[in-house]
Design a protein around this ligand. Structure first.
Ligand code: HEM
Length: 84
């Protein structure tokens, strides 16, 4: 990606596989995606560090959002076909 912030509802498999290293350790820090395991080092107003449990809960939430987006897209697409 070219520095834009991705819509995580459309995250590819590769990003799911590396979710914890990306979000906790910041392996994409050079592209502008901070790691949150070190909390306030990135954001002075954030005074708690993200735990593995937090990261997994966010990941589960995003997977749920991804299914919802997928289902909505499928519905739109089948609607578009039916209208023809
Ligand atoms: C809990 C909050 C966040 C989560 C769970 C999260 C998660 C992720 C994940 C999984 C990716 C990889 C997506 C992919 O490769 O398709 C990503 C990319 C990115 N995030 Fe975050 N992010 C969060 C907050 C932020 C914040 C606060 C910023 C900016 C200050 C940010 C900036 C970016 C950028 C610029 C990328 C693209 C990096 C690249 O192109 O390699 N993210 N984020």
């Amino acid at each position: 990606m070219d520095g834009s912030i991705p819509d995580l509802r459309y995250m590819p498999q590769d990003a799911h596989d590396r979710f914890i290293p990306i979000v906790m350790a910041g392996i994409k820090r050079r592209n502008g995606m901070p790691g949150f395991a070190d909390g306030g080092e990135n954001y002075p107003l954030v005074n708690t560090k993200m735990t593995l449990e937090d990261a997994n809960a966010i990941h589960a939430y995003l997977i749920d959002m991804q299914w919802k987006a997928y289902e909505a897209d499928q519905k739109r697409l089948s609607g578009a076909t039916a209208a023809k």
